[in-house]
Design a protein around this ligand. Structure first.
Ligand SMILES: Cc1ncc(COP(=O)(O)O)c(C=O)c1O
Length: 453
């Protein structure tokens, strides 16, 4: 028979946190447990003391995240009910995909409702976030137009798409006569509001807003900041359409960019909205006219939205992943709070700062040296459920100019809604951490990381 002081709750309670004794939640239960049989009691804390202390300080942040999850899950549930999602929608289709049981249309409609858009196209045929964003940009831009990036340099893999980096004649926007300009970020890493006031010109047909930090040491944007930027842009040129790179932003707040005026958003299903179970794919959502044009870029003009096969079990994974997504995003946000808390306590620069409101699922940590960045990623890989016996090697990756390292011991290859980290091997040698199906996984991984860096 065992007498245990208390079961560990999902997170410590406020009163525990306020108690005089430092509330080592998992440790204290071991201290006061009484062993009354010969069995060994496995009630030692699974976490190192730094993690225990951080968890105990994050009670109110974790509780806020749970409310966020509830709000977003409620929105997803309503959309699923409104489109009458049923098990018949989970069947696959082959060939042209014309003989499909309505799952594709139901998923598109539900997704559009969830993000507050007129229309959406959610498809396995999008290779990645970069591909979906590319389709969105090519939907809007035509020769002679200008694209303006308003949050500094866009994510690395877009450089060849835009023609910032030579695409060797493979068809970048530049190859098609679309010019490109950037509004650099302000000194504080946020949008340069003053510069934005007169940045938009008559031929600026499209503005690109990157919600998440990417591989830059910058602030991620809140949806309300995105809304403010959209107003400023449209005041200067109402014909300028807004594309938001929504990667890593989905469900981090309870509103999405189309609700504040974005014309198109695009992202990847092996990030937030795939809920860790979508095996591939991406999405574009927004104004009907532009979603149709993005679909034509994905497939061909005239084919429309009602084709493209999704064989096997993929539709079920898309629906289930979308349903799970708010919860998985919540866990990833809790993980990011934990990483920031623990590594800042060790003196590392972190972005966002500990306990600061989150606008994406990414937590960046400046490690300062190549050696430390490699050691961090190796520790994460060692602590992963898949390929723990492998060592991540920095190298060249399609789409990236810099050498990059990825620790992704994930069930879906390259999935960053699952626990993972990565970074370019360049100053300031920052690691970008994201994902996780439960914050406790980061709690465990951080123990290994602290031993290694
Ligand atoms: C902000 C941002 N945009 C776009 C991408 C590209 O996404 P993908 O790797 O799915 O092409 C990333 C990738 O991490 C990103 O962080």
């Amino acid at each position: 028979m065992w007498v245990l002081s208390c079961a560990s709750s999902a997170y410590p309670t406020a009163s525990r946190r306020a108690s005089a004794a430092p509330m080592a939640n998992f440790r204290s239960s071991s201290r006061v447990s009484v062993r009354t049989s010969h069995h060994h009691l496995h009630d030692e804390s699974p976490f190192v003391p730094e993690v225990v202390d951080a968890v105990n300080g994050l009670y109110s942040e974790f509780r806020e995240v749970d409310y966020l999850v509830a709000r977003n899950t409620s929105r997803v549930l309503k959309a699923f009910q409104n489109v009458r999602v049923g098990s018949h929608h989970f069947g696959g289709c082959t060939g042209y995909g014309h003989d499909e049981a309505g799952g594709r249309e139901a998923l598109d409609k539900a997704f559009a409702e969830i993000v507050g858009a007129e229309s959406a196209i959610v498809r396995s045929q999008f290779f990645s976030g970069t591909h979906a964003i590319t389709c969105a940009l090519f939907a809007i831009l035509r020769p002679g137009d200008e694209l303006l990036a308003v949050a500094g340099a866009p994510y690395d893999t877009l450089e060849e798409v835009l023609g910032k980096r030579d695409s060797h004649g493979l068809g970048s926007l530049k190859d098609f006569g679309v010019t490109y300009r950037e509004v650099p970020l302000a000194d504080d890493g946020g949008l340069d509001w003053e510069a934005l006031m007169d940045a938009v010109k008559p031929k600026t047909k499209c503005a690109l807003i990157q919600r998440s930090c990417g591989y830059s040491w910058r602030k991620s944007l809140s949806v309300s900041e995105i809304g403010r930027a959209i107003k400023i842009i449209k005041l200067q040129n109402p014909d300028c359409s807004i594309v938001v790179d929504n990667c890593y932003g989905e469900f981090v707040e309870s509103i999405e960019p189309p609700m504040v005026g974005a014309d198109l958003i695009a992202g990847s299903l092996i990030k937030n909205p795939g809920g860790t179970v979508a095996p591939c794919g991406g999405y574009v959502a927004g104004r009907k006219k532009w979603v149709r044009a993005a679909a034509a870029r994905l497939s061909a003009p005239g084919l429309g939205l009602d084709c493209g096969s999704t064989p096997g079990d993929i539709m079920r994974a898309f629906f289930q992943g979308l349903f799970l997504s708010p919860q998985m995003v919540g866990e990833a946000i809790k993980g990011s709070f934990l990483i920031a808390e623990v590594l800042a306590s060790k003196g590392y620069k972190v972005q966002p700062l500990p306990r600061a409101p989150r606008h994406d699922t990414v937590q960046a940590v400046q490690l300062g040296s190549r050696k430390c960045l490699l050691a961090f990623c190796e520790a994460v890989q060692r602590s992963s459920p898949v390929g723990s016996f492998t060592k991540p090697i920095a190298g060249t990756t399609p789409g990236y100019a810099s050498e990059v390292i990825f620790a992704d011991g994930t069930f879906i290859d390259g999935s960053t809604s699952e626990l993972s980290c990565d970074g370019p091997l360049r100053e300031p040698f920052a690691v970008f951490c994201q994902g996780g199906t439960h914050w406790t996984q980061w709690g465990l991984v951080l123990g290994e990381v602290l031993k290694s860096i």
